[in-house]
Design a protein around this ligand. Structure first.
Ligand code: ATP
Ligand code: MG
Length: 601
């Protein structure tokens, strides 16, 4: 492609709308253009990158025996009602764009495709003989994200590879899951990314069956905890660790103490001169179940620990049956306004005890009249502890479970693991923390969707059995931008060779120099013909401008037919290192071929 004929517009200044380097650079270098909130046009250079990433993804998927297909983006609401997700997706989470057609039928724009694929399996897979089966697609997804941001990182319209596998049993699912873990590692390695596979939250479905593939970068929205020995890595949402040891309590007898102005653990411990490991703190949450019932949740946890909301949400989902519900729609810390809706009298916030009376709640049809009391494992074994007294300005010390306070019946593990904690697999290892961008997620679904939608096959024994399923996603457009986030310098993007839009760019320093133009044209034709994707900067611009642009758009090799022409050579500059080589014109093709091959494999 000739730059003189391309839609080629670069910006010198950082666009105001962009916060992180990769977003700024993709805008400045003319790869993407914002059309609306979370909506971007992929301009020609970007589209080439996306096609390359897609091709790598496709090759790795095909190598596992998965088959590519293309599913509809317009999805009938009925399918989502069958799986029980319509209300959650369109209203509670509100992530799904929903609409009504001219015949008053409801439809959604696909944020994901479990419903569609399960329906197909239900119709078309009759027998165990047809299993296992794995279908995937590469397609635009729509999600009405609350906070679209960082360009392609969190868009409302983005490209995803999503695959779904069907099995007769867990063992077969695990095999495909392992194959996917390998395929995902291959995709990311081939795309030139530094990444880590981490244990991920799999929601209330449970099981150990979920891993995320994180591209390591400061701008990542996720926190990853890992150990140096390489034995453990998990998303903080899921991570486990050993809490610090409890120090012996200085309080031998139970008494109530005046502790003015100590509504935080910090202030309380300073005031009482004790360790936060002596404190049982009681944290209030508000859960709204899918049948509209609000439940006030009191979590008693050791003072030096924090509640992990994802873990808590999973526990509350498990308890949904107790409230005749299926799932939790919202989980929040109730602010003053939320409290006004249900508090019968004002709560002694900061001074609550595990046994705070239920009469603080004005129960109603929508609000359960009793606190759901949970105790985290870190608080169960504490003795002679400090906790609230249910009276503002006072705490109790030297308290014991089943003496002064009944131990809540439901024991949960909802503490947040954090950097510096000892690892469970080896207490000599401490958890380290890194930021990551989730580019892929593989998930053992089990029978969640097949059961909900009545998708069964006939087993070898002649029984109707629900499919055992897995699902596997890659954010293709997010992955492409992550590569930039990991690889740039002050001059611009440094694409990994495998996904660069072009391998090389020939920058003609002076287009009125006939010899320069002749050599450039010859190389341009020759390189492209031999499969080295090459741009020709034939614009009537100063050399400095062309070099700056070439650096900004991040093409791996820049070829300059300049001063060295008199010795039959051109200059070839490596984008990543700025290293310059003088290469005989006739050897450029061969040399680049070798460099590219070495960089890609
Ligand atoms: P996140 O936690 O980042 O919101 P998710 O867990 O909802 O993502 P999945 O449903 O697992 O995402 O989707 C599979 C992949 O699609 C993700 O791993 C991610 O790479 C990509 N992805 C998800 N949401 C977006 C988005 N809004 N914009 C771009 N890529 C996305
Ligand atoms: Mg995910």
């Amino acid at each position: 492609m000739r730059l003189s004929q391309m839609l080629f517009v670069t910006l010198r200044e950082d666009p105001a709308e962009a916060e992180i380097p990769s977003h700024k650079l993709l805008l400045r270098a003319g790869y993407i253009r914002r059309i609306g909130s979370g909506i971007y046009a992929y301009l020609p250079l970007m589209w080439r990158v996306l096609k390359k990433v897609s091709q790598i993804v496709r090759e790795e998927m095909d190598a596992t025996g998965a088959q590519e297909c293309l599913l509809p983006q317009l999805q009938p609401a009925d399918l989502w009602r069958e799986s029980g997700r319509w209300d959650t997706y369109t209203q509670a989470e509100g992530i799904m764009f929903a609409m009504t057609d001219r015949q008053q039928r409801e439809l959604g724009l696909g944020p994901t495709h479990e419903e569609v694929i399960t329906t197909i399996a239900k119709d078309m897979i009759r027998s165990y003989r047809q299993l296992p089966l794995h279908l995937y697609q590469i397609q635009t997804k729509f999600r009405d994200e609350i906070r679209p941001r960082f360009g392609l990182m969190r868009g409302r319209e983005f490209i995803m590879k999503d695959g779904y596998s069907f099995h007769t049993n867990e063992e077969s699912l695990k095999k495909t899951y392992q194959d996917m873990a390998q395929a995902y590692s291959n995709m990311l390695r081939r795309s030139g990314l530094q990444f880590r596979a981490v244990d991920a939250d799999s929601g209330a479905i449970g099981g150990s069956g979920s891993q995320e593939f994180m591209v390591l970068a400061e701008a990542g929205e996720d926190e990853v905890l890992y150990t140096e020995d390489g034995q453990y890595a998990a998303n903080v949402e899921k991570a486990v660790s050993m809490p610090a040891d409890v120090e012996p309590s200085p309080f031998a007898t139970f008494e109530k103490r005046e502790t003015p102005g100590t509504e935080t653990i910090d202030k309380l411990c300073k005031f009482l001169k004790c360790s936060p490991t002596h404190v049982v703190k009681n944290v209030l949450y508000q859960a709204v179940y899918d049948n509209g019932i609000t439940v006030l949740v009191l979590v008693s946890i050791r003072g030096d620990q924090d509640v992990n909301q994802v873990k808590l949400l999973n526990e509350l989902t498990k308890l949904a049956g107790n409230y005749q519900a299926k799932t939790v729609l919202f989980l929040t810390v109730p602010d003053a306004e939320a409290q006004r809706k249900w508090a019968a009298k004002s709560l002694p916030l900061g001074y609550m005890a595990p046994d705070i009376a239920d009469d603080y709640i004005a129960g109603s049809k929508e609000v359960n009249s009793k606190f759901l009391r949970l105790v985290d494992r870190t608080a169960v074994d504490l003795t002679n502890f400090v906790t609230g007294s249910n009276e503002s300005g006072y705490h109790v010390v030297g308290a014991n479970w089943d003496k002064e306070f009944p131990l809540p019946a439901t024991v949960v593990g909802v503490r947040t693991a954090k950097k510096g904690d000892r690892a469970v697999h080896n207490p000599e290892q401490t958890l380290q923390s890194a930021r990551g961008i989730e580019v892929g997620h593989i998930f053992q679904l089990g029978t969640k969707y097949s059961q909900a939608m009545g998708a069964t096959y006939t087993s070898e024994q002649g029984e109707e059995m629900p499919f055992v399923m897995g699902c596997y996603g890659v954010g293709v457009s997010r992955l492409a931008q992550s590569a930039v986030e990991q690889s740039y310098d002050k001059d611009g993007i440094i694409w990994p060779v495998a996904i660069a839009p072009y391998h090389a760019i020939i920058s003609i320093p002076n287009i009125s120099d006939a010899q320069q133009v002749e050599v450039a044209e010859k190389l341009y034709a020759e390189l492209n013909q031999s499969g080295i994707e090459t741009l020709l900067d034939d614009r009537d611009e100063r050399a400095g401008v062309k070099f700056k642009d070439a650096d900004l758009i991040g093409i791996p090799y820049r070829i300059v037919p300049g001063r060295s022409l008199k010795s039959g050579k051109v200059e070839v500059v490596e984008r990543a290192t700025h290293k310059s080589h003088e290469i005989l014109i006739d050897e450029v093709n061969f040399t680049l071929k070798q460099w590219i091959e070495a960089a890609i494999n």
